[in-house]
Design a protein around this ligand. Structure first.
Ligand code: BGP
Length: 468
């Protein structure tokens, strides 16, 4: 059967992503350098996978040279990871840099550059220092904004000659949504005001980091990695449309609008005020945000979000939760990744691209994460020991196809990065779901082995042709 092909433009990024916390491990870490995720893993033993977790992770800290050689073999043009804020200082409040950790970052960057792979650096990806969460209330505190700006200032100063693409946060909406809207994690308190305060302080911290970056005249671009969920209403009926509009407002636009347009949507401000949600901002904050929008966005996309109008009326006596406007809808007959419980619907990439084109001034963006987590991948190992992950190749091909199609339709799509380069630690279940182009063999000294998808990646990078 004839296949459909697409040419991949020469300047199109073909990369893979990771984060410091999910790969580095605790080797060389000083007391007091836990991130809030480390602290959570220490408290909640159930999230470890057969005893494997962030303590050693993939041991990228000691094995980065091996991994960079594999990146070269797999043909990556770019590699995205983060710097671990919780390890960057031995004293966060006085900004005393941990020289060992800073030297390690320097070495990683040098190794990537020597291999011809461009580093893209995120400044926070699960790495808020535990102390600032436990003692200061995390991003509810204005002090944390100041400490973050000081941290990024030190990072820019040190590494600006080696990095041309910076991102303030990875998925800034997620943590406070799990903690303060869904009350799934400590302190198990539902509080929409605290949730909005975290959002605001992360928006402000992004604008302040951008302001600093530009004032100092550092070369390159700065943005943020967002995970807007493409939200589809169950039907075209007005009440379902409204449900999708409100989910989009509270989950997506709360970051997209300030970062790209420099202001919060009126509807968001009005809705929060109407429900008497307590959060604070100053006119000066809004001015800084207005004047310091992102250069580009990374977009993490995995699955669609489907909603319908709520089936029960909201009880006005209970604290306000945005879910009073929507509830999840399950599409009958949907395609699923059953390991992760996520619907597979590649059209999300095209639909998001068109949204960014029309509603967000066609800002430059790239797919910063897209991937498939699978349990027990060892069952797909062939007689040569290689995991034959054809399901992942199919998943990547279908999603990359939509990104290329969107680019042909005028979207400002700079590239496509898979999650993840190697298998790594997932916050909810450590190593249970494997995402990598490269296997980490936990039972055998964490040996690395390219999966079939890594050979596929190399082949499309060399040919610059994608065949479906
Ligand atoms: C994204 C995160 C990644 C990664 C991925 C896979 O939302 O940015 O850090 O973990 O999801 O999800 P999970 O690890 O929960 O399976």
């Amino acid at each position: 059967m004839a296949s459909i092909t697409k040419t991949i433009p020469d300047d199109f990024i073909l990369g893979a992503a990771a984060s410091a916390w999910q790969t580095e491990g605790w080797q060389g870490k000083q007391p007091g350098q836990d991130s809030w995720m480390d602290a959570w893993y220490k408290r909640e033993r159930h999230v470890w996978h057969n005893g494997y977790g962030p303590a050693v992770a993939t041991n990228f800290y000691q094995r980065y040279k091996e991994d960079v050689a594999l990146m070269k073999q797999a043909g990556l043009t770019h590699f995205r990871t983060s710097i671990n804020w919780s390890r960057f200082f031995t004293d966060y409040r006085n900004a005393v840099v941990d020289e060992d950790y800073a030297t390690y970052i320097d070495n990683v960057l040098d190794e990537l550059i020597r291999a011809g792979i461009e580093p893209m650096i995120c400044l926070e990806h699960y790495e808020l220092p535990a102390e600032l969460f436990d003692n200061d209330g995390g991003w509810a505190s204005r002090e944390v904004v100041e400490l973050f700006v000081r941290y990024v200032g030190k990072v820019f100063e040190r590494f600006h000659a080696k990095v041309r693409r910076w991102y303030t946060f990875n998925e800034p909406v997620v943590v406070q949504t799990r903690v303060y809207l869904d009350a799934l994690r400590w302190p198990h308190e539902q509080n929409t005001g605290t949730w909005m305060q975290w959002n605001h302080h992360k928006n402000l911290a992004t604008a302040r980091a951008i302001q600093l970056f530009r004032e100092k005249g550092y070369p390159g671009t700065i943005g943020c990695i967002l995970n807007p969920e493409v939200t589809y209403p169950r039907s075209s009926a007005a009440h379902d449309q409204k449900a999708a509009q409100m989910y989009d407002l509270f989950y997506n636009r709360v970051f997209l609008d300030p970062m790209v347009h420099g202001c919060y949507p009126e509807l968001l401000l009005d809705t929060l005020a109407r429900h008497e949600v307590a959060w604070h901002y100053s006119e000066n904050d809004l001015a800084v945000m207005r004047d310091n929008c992102v250069d580009e966005l990374g977009i993490n996309l995995y699955y669609p979000h489907r909603v319908q109008a709520p089936s029960h009326a909201w009880n006005p006596e209970t604290p306000f939760h945005p879910a009073c406007y929507y509830e999840p809808f399950t599409l009958p007959g949907r395609r699923m990744n059953t390991s992760r419980g996520w619907e597979i619907y590649p059209q999300i990439i095209y639909d998001m691209a068109m949204r960014l084109k029309t509603d967000y001034r066609n800002i430059p963006w790239f797919i910063a994460e897209n991937g498939m987590g699978i349990e027990n991948e060892g069952r797909f190992r062939n007689s040569d020991g290689v995991i034959e992950d054809d399901y992942r190749i199919e998943f990547y091909s279908e999603h990359l196809f939509q990104a290329l199609r969107a680019r042909e339709a005028g979207a400002n799509c700079l590239g496509y990065m898979v999650w993840a380069f190697t298998d790594n630690v997932s916050p909810m279940n450590a190593f249970k779901n494997r995402y990598g182009l490269v296997e980490i063999d936990l039972e055998n000294n964490r040996d690395r082995r390219l999966k079939k998808s890594a050979y596929w990646f190399r082949q499309i990078r060399d040919s610059r042709v994608l065949a479906l």
